[in-house]
Design a protein around this ligand. Sequence first.
Ligand code: ARG
Length: 455
Amino acid sequence: MWGGRFAAGPAAVMREINASIPFDKRMWKQDVAGSRAHVAMLGAQGIVAADDVRAIDAGLERVAAGYAVDGVPDDLAMEDIHMLTEARLADAIGPAAGRLHTARSRNDQVATDFRLWTRDATDQVLAALLALDDSLLARAEEHAASVMPGFTHLQSAQPVTLGHHLMAYHEMVARDVSRFRDNRARANLCPLGAAALAGTGFPIDREATAAALGFDGPTRNSLDSVSDRDFALDYLMAAAQCALHLSRLAEEFVLWASQPFGFVSLSDQWSTGSSIMPQKRNPDAAELVRGHAGRITGCLVSLMVTMKGLPLAYSKDMQDDKPPVFEAHDLLALSIAAMTGMVESATFRTDRMRALAESGFATATDLADWLVREANVPFREAHHITGRAVARAEALGVALDALPIVELTAIDPRIDARVYDVLSVDASVASRRSFGGTAPDNVRAAIRAAREARA
Ligand code: ARG
C-alpha cells in the first residue's frame, strides 16, 4: 500500500507485530458498511465518478459475500481488515478500487468500524440484560413472600424475602442497562471524514456518511475523532461494572448451593459432577461467572493503560484497543446468558431458608422496636434489654419467640405477651413497609413498578 516510498519489504517479525488482522477481521461487516457509505458519499459529492462508484459498491458486496462464505483469512501481509478488503476489491474490479480511499485514512476508518462494532455489541448486551431482568422479576414475583435470612457481615441480621433479595439484583441490572444506553447515546457520532488527523480538502459530506451508518451526526474535532477511544473504555467500564454485579450474584449461588447453606439446588443443566466424588454437584458456571469478572476488569485496565499518555492523534498503540473489548464482550455475553439460565432454573429451598431465618435471633431488632413503640423505651436502652433477651434465649437453646413470657418480664417488666406478635419472621418482614423495605406487598409493588418502567 505504501510501496512508492519503500525499497524493501518488512522483516517477518515486523510483519507479525504490525498485523491486526487476526483480531480485527471480526469487524469485516462494519468495515464494508463504512466503505459503502463512504463511496456513496464520494459519488454524491462528485468526487468519484458514478460508474466507478457503482463498480466499487458492487465489488464491496462481492468481497463481503466471499467473507461470509469462506471467512476472513489471517493474511498477515495485508496487516488489517481494511487493507485486505481494499486488496480484495482491487482483485474484483481492478484499478477503480484505488479511488475508494479518497478523502479517507485508516485512522478515521478504524475509528468508525470500531464504533459501529461496539454499538452492535452494546445492543446485544442490552437485549441479554433485559432477558436476565425478566427472569429476575419472574423469580422475585414467585418468592415475594418467601422468608430468608438477610445478612450483614454474612451473619444473620434480619429476615427478608427472597423476592426482595432478587429485586436488589434487578436494581443493579437496571443500572447496567441505563449505563449501556447512556454509552450508546454518547458514542453514536461518526468519525469518518476526519481522515488521517486534520480533515480533508475534498468537499465531503460528513452528515451524509454519519446518517447512512445510523449515527446521530459527525464527531466535531478531527484530531479527537481519530484518537478518541472513550467509547471503547465506556463499553469496558459498563461491562466491568455489570460483570461485578453478575459475580456477586454468582457468589451467592455458590454459597447458597453449598450444603451448609442449602438455599438452592442448581438444575442439572447448570451443574457439573466430579470425576472422583460421585455425590458432587458443582456450581461451575457460577464460579466461572465470578472468575470472568476478573478477566473483564483486566480488559478495562488493559485499555486504560494503553491509552494513558498517548499524544494526539493516532499512535499504533491504539491498535491494541480491540482485543480487550472483544474479549470482554465474549466473556460478558456468556456470563449474562449463564446467570439467566441459572436464575430461571434454580430450585430455591424456601423451607431451609425459613428455618435458618428463624434460628439466628433475626427478629431481635423487632423486639427492640416493640419496646420503643409500646413501652416508650429509648432505642439504646431497648437494644440493651433485647441483647439480654437474646443471651437468655441462647442459654436456654430456644428461639426468641419461644422464650417464655416470665423470662422476658424478668429481664424487663415493661414487656408483655403482645410482644410475640412481632417476634415471628413473617411478622417481621410484613412490618417492613417503609419505601424500599422487604414487606411482601412492597416487593410486589417494586416488581410492578419495574415492569412499568420497562414497558
Ligand atoms: N490496523 C490499524 C489499527 O487497528 C489501522 C490504522 C492504521 N493507521 C496507521 N496510521 N497505521 O489501529
